[in-house]
Design a binder for this molecule. Structure first.
Ligand code: TXA
Ligand code: MG
Length: 510
């Protein structure tokens, strides 16, 4: 039997999977990005064959030798293989531009060679890199190109934009994009998705509401410039009017249409982390109605990374305000099946887009004081990443009614089953365990979990990414069991652990 052609991801090396530190001479120069392992694991799990395709002009220029290059590659393959990640082949072009070789990217030479040898379907394959020539190599052989913003990414961004390239923050976002696209294809097998998005865009333009997937949580969207449409969101969600909404844009031009100015540090963040789970609070233009911002002079804006959300905003040709698609103070839905029936019935159209990979809402940074940006809500983008780019953020206390952080109620995201935070599972008496569930985030707690009706241990990677992605869906699953209580041992306060603990504290608040 002839097997189906396989799909592949061609990875640029420097600036894409490892830091770009000039021409690398020795294995000790190799520094993996913190996202690389997770990203490549996702891709292997999705059934992609992985290849590395790298231009190493340092060889032609006699800065490094071919042996140096190979030693570095062997080290990279060794590290990946030690983590269970198989790379089929590494292709290196040792030439310089002036050599006029046939293999230097943007030539698709190596991609085509791999396709012949490994029977690849290039149309279903991707090339990912931090240079326009990477995207070019993909496009030049009918594969898809993804441009990422690590390495030289920021520097050449405008060239990539001119090529019409898909631009994403990093290798992990690229892997998530490919995973979401594969899932969307399965869900919308009939190929009817483009028409559904067209129809949803018409609903938005006509002043209706649409349930849309984002990479964080499902949102309930409406035209952000139409106060009557926005009012419907508040009614459907039973959300108090003093809780402002996040406005979603699909490009920087749309952002400029709704905010007065973009402070330098805000621009740095937008350039590096959009599209993605980061919301910026900026001075609004009058076109944004008061109902969106609860009367504040600022508006919260983000550019979502989910392909369906992005496409819907583009097709609607207007910014879309969308809170999480839960009834007020309930758990945010991260799966289509967790969206409340009441919301599905009352919105004008619902788009399914699979599970939300990030699973926790966006991180909110306020520039209402342009000199001192402040963290308003921990979320799916780790605070450490933001601070490493623009310096320390002020922390605002999220007391309800504060004009600085409106809508950040102490109690929020709650399951109906009472939730209790504990330091250690051993605190829960044996007689309570039989009717309770336990959630924890560390292998260290494993020894103490006997006797609970249900136990969920959410860990996987050191930054708690996978734990974050399944937090709300786990809570809503446990909530359906009708238990007496859910006990949670908080995660370590770092990476996404900070956002996880914030949600747990609010879910536990009385
Ligand atoms: O990931 C997300 O951010 C999701 C998806 C759908 O994009 N959206 C979301 O929206 O979490 P929501 O409504 O659940 O949270 C909006 C919060 C408000 O409660 C408030 O805390 C903050 O954003 N916010 C909105 N506008 C603000 C403003 N002008 N100033 C300060 N905070 C604001
Ligand atoms: Mg590169």
């Amino acid at each position: 039997m002839i097997s189906k052609p396989k799909k592949a991801v061609f990875l640029d090396r420097d600036g894409t999977i490892i830091e770009d530190r000039g021409f690398l001479k020795s294995p000790s120069d190799v520094v993996f990005f913190p996202e690389t392992l997770e990203a490549l694991k996702i891709l292997r799990k999705e059934g992609f064959l992985l290849f590395i395709v790298t231009n190493q002009a340092g060889v032609a220029r006699k800065i490094i030798t071919e042996d140096d290059m190979e030693a570095v590659n062997r080290h990279i393959l060794g590290e990946l293989s030690a983590n269970g990640i198989k790379i089929e082949e590494v292709f290196c072009c040792p030439h310089d531009d002036s050599d006029n070789c046939e293999c230097r990217k943007p030539s698709p030479f190596f991609l085509k060679k791999a396709a012949d040898k490994h029977r690849l379907d290039l149309k279903k394959s991707y090339m990912v890199g931090d240079h326009p020539s990477d995207v070019g190599a993909g496009l030049n052989c009918g594969a898809k190109g993804i441009y990422i913003l690590t390495g030289h990414g920021i520097k050449h961004r405008s060239e990539a934009e001119k090529m019409g390239a898909l631009i994403l923050p990093d290798i992990l976002a690229a892997a998530e994009w490919m995973k979401i696209c594969a899932e969307i294809e399965k869900i919308h097998r009939d190929g009817g998705l483009p028409e559904k998005i067209e129809k949803a865009a018409r609903a938005i333009k006509g002043g209706g509401t649409v349930l849309m997937p984002t990479e964080t949580v499902y949102g309930l969207g409406a035209d952000a410039t139409n106060p009557e449409a926005v009012e419907k969101i508040f009614r459907i969600k039973r959300r108090p009017a003093n809780d402002p909404l996040i406005v979603h844009v699909s490009d920087m031009k749309m952002l400029e249409g709704i905010v007065e100015r973009i402070p330098e540090k805000a621009m740095l963040l937008a350039e590096r982390f959009w599209p993605g789970p980061l919301t910026l609070v900026l001075r609004k233009k009058p076109i944004v109605p008061d109902i969106v911002t609860a009367g504040l002079p600022t508006v919260a804006v983000r550019m979502p990374m989910h392909p369906i959300a992005g496409e819907l905003i583009k097709k609607s040709n207007c910014p879309i305000s969308a809170p999480s698609a839960n009834l007020f103070s309930c758990l945010s839905p991260t799966r289509y099946s967790d969206v409340a029936g009441e919301i599905l019935q009352r919105c004008d159209m619902a788009l399914s887009g699979g599970d939300c990979l990030r699973g926790i809402e966006s991180t909110i940074v306020s520039f209402s004081d342009e000199e001192q940006p402040a963290l308003l809500r921990a979320g799916s983008l780790a605070v450490e990443k933001i601070e490493s780019l623009i310096g320390p953020l002020a922390r605002r206390h999220s007391s309800s009614g504060s004009s600085e952080a409106p809508g950040l109620q102490r109690k929020h995201y709650s399951p109906r089953t009472p939730l209790f935070l504990i330091k250690n599972p051993s605190e829960v008496p044996a007689d309570k365990r039989a009717k309770s569930a336990l959630i924890c985030f560390s292998e260290d707690d494993l020894g103490q979990v006997e006797g609970f009706a249900e136990t969920r241990i959410l860990f996987g990677d050191c930054e708690f990414r996978s734990a974050a992605s399944s937090l709300f869906s786990t809570l809503s699953e446990l909530d359906r069991l009708g238990l007496d209580g859910i006990y949670a041992v908080p995660a370590e306060e770092r990476g996404l652990g900070i956002a996880i603990n914030d949600r747990l504290r609010r879910a536990a608040a009385k």
